[in-house]
Design a protein around this ligand. Structure first.
Ligand code: SAJ
Length: 431
C-alpha cells in the first residue's frame, strides 16, 4: 500500500525525532488523532518519562501522554534503527548558534544521519527545526539520499516550520496553521496529507526555501519590532516620556499597528537566535541584513541598560551597587513559564556579580538558577526579604507574584516590564 493510501486510511505510522517542546506536543497531537507514533530521542530520561506516562513539557498535561501510552499510540526509543517502522518522520531538533554566532546545524545533521540507513521507498521526512533557507535541500537531502533513495521519486522531503509558543493557552499544535513546502510538488502534497491527519489547517508554499524563509520572517518581524520599542524606551526615558503609555495609546489604532513592549532583553531559543541564521546565509548572496544586525545590537544591549538604570536608581538612594543586595524577581525568559534559555536574567546576574552586588532571585517557576556554573541563591518573596534588599528588579513579570507585597516592603523596585504600572509607590522606578 502506498504512503498516500496509508495516510488517507489512517494506518500510517509516524515518527518524531526530538521530543522537546516541539516534538512532544507534535507526537501527542499525532496520537490524539489515532496515529501510532514512535518518538526518537538521544535522552533516555525522556523515553523513561514517556513510558511512565508523564510529561516533562509544561504545555502538555501528563494525562495526555499517559492516555496515548496506554493506548499503545506513543512510545519513545533511543533505538534509531526503528525508523524503518515509520511511514512519515518529523525532525524537531535544536538549531542553536555556536560561539561565533553562526548556525550550528549539527543536531539536524546527526538526526538525519541516524535515520538515513533505515529509510524505505515511500517514506516522508519533514524538517521542523527553524533554519536558514537552503538547509533542507543543501544539508538534509544529501544525507538522506545516502540511503540510495532519491528524494521526489522514492522518498519525500519537505520543510514545515514549528510554531510553538510556549505557554500559549489559546494556540497550540493542533489549531496553529502549519506551513509546508516540499522539494518537489509530490513532496509538498504528501506532507500536506501527513499534517492534515492531526492539524486543523495546512498551508502549502512552492518550495522548502519559501517555508524556511516564512518562519524566519515571522521571528525576525518580532525581533526587529522588539528592538524598535527597546530603542524608543531609551530615548523616551531621556525625554521624560512614558513609552508604555505611548504604546498603549498607539494600540488603540484599530489597524496598521501591532504592539510590542520594551524589556530587559530577548530570551528564548528562537527570537534571539533565528535571525542570525538568515544573516549568516545572506552573506553567501553578498547581502548584509542590516535590520537584523541592528536589532540584535539593540536587544543585546538591554541587560546592560537595566544594570545602568539600577546603578542610577541606587545612586539616588546614596547607595553603591557594589555590596548592594539585589533580588531578581522572575528569571525565566518570559512570563508564566519555567524556561531559562537565553533569559536576559542570566546576563543581568552576571553583570551584577561583576559589579560586586549580592545577587539572589525569586521565581515561582524556576527551582534552580545557575550563572557561569555558580548557583544564584533562591529566596522566598517575603516582607523581611524585601526589607533586607537594597533593590528588587522585576526581570520577568510572572502573574503569580504578590507585587503589592514587593512595592510596600522594598526601598527600590526597578520594573523592567511595566508590571507595576497600577502601583503608585515611591519606591517604583519604571525602566
Ligand atoms: N519580548 C519582548 N517584548 C515583546 C515580546 C517579547 O521583550 O513585545 C521578549 C520576551 O520576553 C522573550 C522574547 O522576547 O524574552 C521572546 O518572546 P516571544 O513572545 O517571541 O516568545 P517565544 O520566543 O517563546 O516564542 C516565539 C513564538 N511567540 C509568539 O509568536 C508570541 C513564536 O514567535 C514562535 O513560534 C516561537 O518563538 C518559535 O519557536 O520560533
Amino acid at each position: 500500500m502506498s504512503l498516500e493510501q496509508r495516510l488517507r486510511e489512517g494506518s500510517a505510522v509516524f515518527g518524531v525525532v526530538g521530543l522537546g517542546y516541539v516534538g512532544l506536543p507534535l507526537a501527542v497531537e499525532m496520537a490524539k488523532a489515532g496515529n501510532r507514533v514512535v518518538g526518537f530521542e538521544v535522552d533516555q530520561s525522556k523515553v523513561d518519562e514517556i513510558a511512565a506516562g508523564r510529561s516533562y513539557i509544561p504545555d502538555i498535561p501528563g494525562h495526555e501522554v499517559a492516555t496515548a501510552v496506554e493506548a499503545g499510540l506513543i512510545e519513545g526509543t533511543t533505538d534509531f534503527s526503528r525508523a524503518g517502522e515509520c511511514d512519515a518522520i518529523a525532525i524537531c531538533v535544536p538549531t542553536p548558534l555556536d560561539d561565533m554566532k553562526e548556525p550550528d546545524t549539527s543536531y539536524m545533521e546527526k538526526a538525519s544521519e541516524a535515520i538515513a540507513p533505515y529509510l524505505r521507498p515511500g517514506m516522508l521526512i519533514t524538517l521542523e527545526s527553524t533554519t536558514y533557507p537552503g538547509t533542507t535541500e543543501e544539508v538534509i537531502q544529501p544525507i538522506l539520499e545516502r540511503s540510495g533513495l532519491k528524494v521526489g521519486t522514492e522518498i519525500f522531503l519537505a520543510f514545515s516550520p514549528e510554531r510553538v509558543d510556549p505557554g500559549n493557552q489559546k494556540f497550540q499544535t493542533k489549531n496553529t496553521p502549519k506551513v509546508v513546502g516540499g522539494v518537489t510538488p509530490a513532496c509538498t502534497s504528501m506532507s500536506k496529507l501527513f499534517y492534515e491527519r492531526f492539524i486543523d489547517t495546512v498551508v502549502t508554499v512552492s518550495s522548502t526555501r519559501a517555508a524556511e524563509m516564512t518562519k524566519l520572517l515571522e521571528n525576525i518581524f518580532r525581533c526587529v519590532n522588539i528592538a524598535l520599542v527597546n530603542e524608543l524606551l531609551v530615548l523616551s526615558e531621556r525625554m521624560g516620556i512614558n513609552i508604555w503609555e505611548v504604546i498603549d495609546a498607539a494600540k488603540t489604532k484599530p489597524f496598521g499597528f501591532m504592539p510590542f513592549y520594551p524589556g530587559p532583553g530577548l530570551g528564548g531559543h528562537c527570537i534571539p537566535i533565528d535571525p542570525f541564521y538568515l544573516s549568516w546565509k545572506a552573506r553567501e548572496f553578498d547581502t548584509h541584513t542590516e535590520f537584523i544586525e541592528l536589532a540584535g545590537k539593540v536587544n543585546e544591549d538591554m541587560p546592560y541598560y537595566v544594570v545602568r538604570r539600577l546603578m542610577e536608581s541606587l545612586n539616588t538612594h546614596r547607595k553603591a551597587l557594589a555590596g548592594s543586595r539585589v533580588v531578581l524577581l522572575g528569571v525565566a525568559y518570559k512570563k508564566d513559564i519555567d524556561d531559562l534559555r537565553e533569559s536576559p536574567a542570566i546576563k543581568i546576574a552576571r553583570l551584577l556579580r561583576e559589579k560586586e552586588a549580592d545577587v539572589v532571585y525569586h521565581d515561582p517557576y524556576v527551582e534552580r538558577f545557575e550563572v557561569d556554573g555558580c548557583e544564584v541563591p533562591s529566596v522566598a518573596l517575603t516582607e523581611s526579604e524585601c526589607n533586607a534588599s537594597d533593590a528588587v528588579v522585576v526581570v520577568t513579570d510572572h502573574s503569580n507574584v504578590d507585587y503589592h507585597l514587593v512595592v510596600r516592603s522594598t526601598k527600590l523596585v526597578l520594573d523592567t516590564r511595566n508590571a507595576l504600572a497600577s502601583f503608585d509607590g515611591q519606591s517604583v522606578v519604571r525602566l
